[in-house]
Ligand binder design. Structure first.
Ligand SMILES: *Cc1c(COP(=O)(O)O)cnc(C)c1O
Length: 353
């Protein structure tokens, strides 16, 4: 607290990301980062772009990147918005599309940044409880609302909602914007992008932080009707007209141009996830079905907090949320084959298995 802070800042409760310890000999399975590096082509593009042109402001509308993304998904450039990480795209969506007189709906267990944005922008919200198996029950969203947002696959559960269900939600809520936060969609889900031309109220948000291994570059994008995108552009141009610099734009374009690297690394993470799931089950864990690059698991008789502390003593960090309904679970990011072996060996020791 400081006497210099405004009343508004004094009452904020900011988002707390998974910790980033400065230590190097630690296995970090707590922030859903990609264990493999970015595409070598993305790295080379950034090196090439590191030249005197950096004295100039970047292209104001990142048109080349928007066109690359539009081509990749079969959209038009005017249906793409880019931002400094998908957190920024989400922030603008909350402020520009989801702040309405009726409450915003989202699942009680989902990305913990959503309530923070609601607080920041003064958005009235209702958290809709997931079913006991952590699935989304569509009927629960049949109520007056000023918008709907959920991650798909959901975070931190990893559960995937099918396209038919999403389409149903769009049909029954034609007057609200429905935001599908697809941060993890490349790890086994089907994107709702194909529904964009049919539903003007759909915004799909993606990030290059997870499946494209560029968390450190901060690049995200939103896709939807030109009408929604224009709303986001109005906010962006009233806040920070240059959210992406030349290096970010170059890295992102090169990443989309290297499909082989992208699909191979995603595939490797998906196979590892299936292996880790099986092995965790053998160690006595119940594991949620995951379509993401992490698993959400609960041990039959050892508390999650105790396991998390024991793993940390062995140099492995996983995420444990001290929150109602999920405090018995660990969220474990899928690492390289070596990371995963280390995790499973350490758990076997801790559990005396
Ligand atoms: C990681 C994550 C994001 C944020 O990604 P950035 O692009 O790094 O800001 C957004 N939504 C969900 C559900 C995430 O897990």
């Amino acid at each position: 607290m400081s006497k210099y802070w405004s009343d508004f800042v004094s009452q904020l409760e900011p988002y707390v990301p998974g910790e980033q310890p400065g230590i190097t000999n630690i296995t970090k399975l707590n922030a859903n980062e990609n264990p493999y590096g970015p595409s070598p082509k993305a790295l080379a593009a950034m090196v090439q772009q590191s030249n005197d042109d950096l004295r100039l402001y970047p292209p104001m509308n990142a048109d080349d990147l928007k066109q690359t993304i539009a081509d990749y998904y079969g959209l038009k450039k005017g249906q793409v918005f880019v931002g400094n990480g998908s957190d920024e795209v989400l922030a603008h969506a909350f402020n520009g599309l989801l702040k309405q007189s009726k409450p915003l709906l989202f699942p009680d267990i989902s990305y913990s940044f959503y309530p923070v944005f609601c607080q920041l922008y003064g958005i009235d919200s209702e958290q809709i409880p997931l079913a006991d198996d952590f699935s989304i029950n569509l009927d629960d969203y049949n109520r007056a609302n000023g918008g709907i947002i959920f991650p798909n696959p959901n975070a931190p559960t990893g559960r995937l909602l099918g396209l038919e269900a999403i389409e149903q939600l769009l049909q029954s809520n034609p007057d609200s914007v429905v935001v599908v936060d697809e941060a993890y969609i490349d790890f086994g889900g089907v994107s709702a992008v194909s529904l964009i031309d049919k539903y003007a109220n759909l915004l799909v948000v993606h990030t290059l932080s997870k499946s494209r291994s560029l968390a450190g570059m901060r690049i995200g994008y939103g896709m939807g009707s030109a009408e929604l995108i224009e709303g986001l552009e109005r906010i962006k141009n009233s806040f920070n007209p240059f959210p992406l610099g030349q290096l970010q734009i170059a890295a992102a374009i090169a990443s989309f141009q290297d499909y082989d690297y992208f699909s191979q690394t995603c595939q490797r993470i998906i196979s590892s996830r299936e292996h880790v799931t099986e092995q965790l089950q053998k160690l006595g864990f119940e594991v949620m079905p995951s379509a993401a690059n992490f698993v959400f698991a609960r041990h039959s008789d050892r508390p999650a907090e105790e396991l998390s502390l024991a793993l940390r003593e062995q140099g492995l960090i996983v995420r444990h949320f001290k929150k109602p309904r999920i405090d018995e679970f660990l969220r474990i990011t899928i690492g390289t084959e070596q990371h995963n072996a280390l995790l499973l060996d350490s758990l076997a020791v801790i559990l005396g298995a």
